[in-house]
Design a protein around this ligand. Structure first.
Ligand code: NAI
Ligand code: MG
Length: 496
């Protein structure tokens, strides 16, 4: 789509103002009663409204997904046809990226260039990656040892109706991932976007219909976590829940799922360590560490929020990191040059501020505190705290904001002891290391307890599984594991 960003924002606003319905069985279904306001966190203005879904809406969406799952049109669709539909969806997302990105920026505050990268590159790339699995999910043949003559094999069948519950921090990217994995596996789905940033998910489901997915293959119910999300997670017609969000909500979903042994995948919070050695390439490590915590205003589950810095480079690194942070322009995501946007909401901003205030009251030092634009918007200054204690709440809990806690380590500390400090968290989503020593890289890769370990870099690779140890979650997304999570293995023995 060859349009400039001004035109993209104009189209996005016009679309948001009239969208906000559920999408059930291929049809727009308006909400009943009072809707939920859609707020632009950079201006604090209402730019639209979504339906406040309830048990009836959830019931209708699950029924539509179940009907489609049982229909020959979906059940007997050739894997190559499913792959083709997903590839077409990826093309549509890519084509529509300028407007989709503007929708995301207006709804959750992410700076436009980052939204554009997710809509134009990350999203389509994830969908295309998963599309390829539609034709490659075959099982295996086994030669039985029990008496008799048998043909024995396994089949990876779609688990059924998948509930996809998405958070507000990167809704389009997360929805592209979940939707394409579920559909590639042959499931049908009900998507429940976050009430704080639902719009890009709604547009994605519209595009899926434009791509030609049959009515009911992918449905969407708007609404709050309590009224729509919890109803969906508890619905007996749901076979699998794929949830991304807070650990507390994930725990509630796991408890619910126990009632009917509903399958679950949980992508939850993190408090990821970053270890920078004195032999690190600082020209790469400084921006890597800086963007690792400040990108998307720190509202990233895999954010590197606990920095362990080698004593020999402590002063130099901190100086460069603070200078890097000072150079990151904070402002409305639609504004030219803004690299960091607002937080999603006033409560989220206040929660982040409270963590900072708490740490300072306990003796932490504010090594850096950036500026925020005057005027409206849920902005929080970029903040670097040092002289922190590992027992502080700001060091232990997921802040989900632009706050980095820095700790020091010394050259005489054993790698083992250092890894124990890095692993001293209930979470285990990601871990990062910066070193040019192969030896240290190998030791870190082996000893860091996290679902993803990245040495000398960051970012998402769809071919690799993503998920957490400990309270960071259960199961994996991405990679082969991410699609298999929407399947049920069936063992078949045929005697002859
Ligand atoms: P949340 O985890 O409650 O919300 C995520 C999604 O779950 C939303 O779609 C929401 O509507 C839905 N949901 C909420 N309650 C539900 C329930 N009982 N059953 C089913 N679905 C439910 O996160 P929330 O309340 O938006 O933010 C709270 C805190 O969680 C944030 O301040 C942040 O610290 C953290 N968070 C972490 C995320 C991560 O990726 N690690 C993502 C979002 C929030
Ligand atoms: Mg919003």
């Amino acid at each position: 789509m060859d349009i400039d960003s001004t035109e993209a924002f104009r189209r996005a606003r016009a679309w948001i103002a009239q969208a906000g319905d559920h999408i059930i069985g291929g049809e727009r279904v308006p909400g009943r009663g009072v809707g939920i306001p859609v707020i632009d966190p950079a201006s604090e203005e209402q730019i639209g409204a979504i339906a406040a879904g309830d048990a009836d809406d959830v019931g209708a969406a699950v029924q539509a997904a179940r009907d489609c799952f049982r229909s020959p049109a979906w059940r007997d669709m050739a894997p190559a046809a499913r792959e083709g539909l997903l590839l077409r969806l990826a093309d549509l997302v890519e084509r529509e990226a300028p407007v989709l990105a503007a929708i995301e920026t207006l709804d959750n505050g992410v700076p436009y260039p980052m939204a554009l990268a997710m809509a134009g590159k990350g999203g389509p790339s994830a969908i295309r990656y998963n599309a390829g699995w539609a034709r490659r999910l075959g099982g295996e043949e086994v030669t039985p040892s029990v008496p008799g003559r048998w043909h024995a094999y396994t089949v990876n069948e779609p688990v059924g109706v998948a509930a996809l519950i998405v958070p507000w921090n990167a809704p389009l990217a997360i929805a592209c991932n979940k939707v394409s994995a579920a559909l590639a596996a042959g499931c049908t789905a009900v998507l429940k976007p976050a009430e704080l940033a639902p719009m890009s998910c709604i547009r994605l489901v519209e595009l899926a219909h434009e791509a030609g997915f049959p009515a009911g293959a992918i449905n969407l119910v708007d609404g709050t976590g309590i009224a729509a999300g919890a109803e969906l997670a508890a619905h007996p017609g749901v076979d699998k829940i794929s949830f991304t969000g807070s650990t507390a909500t994930g725990q509630g979903i796991m408890r619910q799922a126990a009632q009917r042994i509903t399958r679950i995948s949980l992508e939850l919070g993190g408090k990821s360590p970053v270890v920078v050695f004195d032999d690190a390439n600082l020209a790469r490590a400084v921006p890597g560490v800086g963007m690792g915590i400040f990108a998307n205003s720190g509202q990233v589950c895999a954010a590197g929020s606990r920095l362990f810095l080698h004593d020999a480079i402590y002063g130099r690194f901190m100086e460069q990191l603070c200078a890097f942070a000072a150079g990151l322009k904070v402002g409305p995501g639609s504004q030219q040059g803004a690299m960091i946007g607002p937080l999603i909401s006033a409560p989220q901003r206040d929660k982040v501020s409270a963590y900072v205030a708490g740490a300072v009251a306990e003796g932490a030092r504010v090594a850096f505190r950036g500026d925020v634009p005057a005027g409206p918007g849920f902005f929080h200054p970029l903040t670097i705290l040092d002289q922190v204690d590992p027992a502080m709440r700001a060091v232990r809990e997921e802040i989900f904001g632009p706050v980095l806690c820095v700790m020091r380590f010394y050259g005489d500390e054993t790698l083992e002891a250092l890894m124990q400090r890095a692993n001293d968290t209930e979470y285990g989503l990601s871990a990062y290391g910066w070193t040019t020593s192969l030896e240290r890289a190998q030791v870190m890769a082996r000893h860091l307890r996290a679902g993803s370990v990245k040495i000398n870099g960051s970012g998402m690779e769809f071919a690799l599984p993503f998920g957490g140890f400990g309270q960071s979650g259960l199961g994996r997304e991405n990679g082969r594991a991410g699609v298999l999570a929407f399947t049920e293995p069936k063992a078949v023995m045929i005697g002859y």
